[in-house]
Structure formats: C-alpha cells, structure tokens
Design a protein. Structure first.
Length: 97
C-alpha cells in the first residue's frame, strides 16, 4: 500500500497529473503553466535584486580616521562588539521606516 506513495514511483506522478487535469480542465492548463512560469521568473528576479543590493552594501569600504584608530586600540573587544551590535540595530530600524 505504501509503495504506491513513494516519490520514486512514476505511478504517483501520473495520478497527480490526472487529478490536476480533472480539476482544471484542458483549457485552463496553459494558463496555469503560464502563471507558474511568470511566478518563477519574478521570484528569480527578486532573488537577484536582493543579492545585488547585498553586494553593493558589501563593496562600500569603511574608512576609519587615524585619530580614531588609536582610540579603538584602547577599547576591549566586548565593548566594540556591543557598539557594533547597537549600530546594526539602529541601522535596521532606519531601513524599516
């Protein structure tokens, strides 16, 4: 009984296609396929756009003035991490607005 529902079994795919054909009919299937293709394309475009924005943000170098470099050396790592975390939260809240 459970052998019928294994993903490797081609019979399940035939049943799925048959049910879809019965539900939507022959005239609606091309429209359904077109809608699925458009959805897939817009999803990929959204992914590419978000990756592009992420790469743009990574490319911006952060310049630290020389007077700040010497003062940063005197601060411990935990304080620097806490400040970076605070600034990231502030920047995240500004982007949401």
């Amino acid at each position: 009984m459970f052998i019928l529902f294994l993903p490797e079994n081609p019979m399940i795919w035939i049943l799925v296609v048959g049910v879809i054909f019965l539900l939507f009919g022959g005239s609606k299937l091309p429209q359904l396929a077109k809608a699925l293709g458009q959805s897939k394309r817009s999803f990929k475009e959204g992914l590419d756009e978000s990756e592009g924005k992420g790469q743009e943000q990574q490319k911006k170098p952060v310049e630290i003035p020389p007077e700040t470099k010497s003062s940063l050396e005197s601060i411990d790592d935990e304080a620097l991490f806490a400040e970076a975390h605070r600034r990231a939260r502030l920047q995240g809240s500004e982007n949401k607005e």
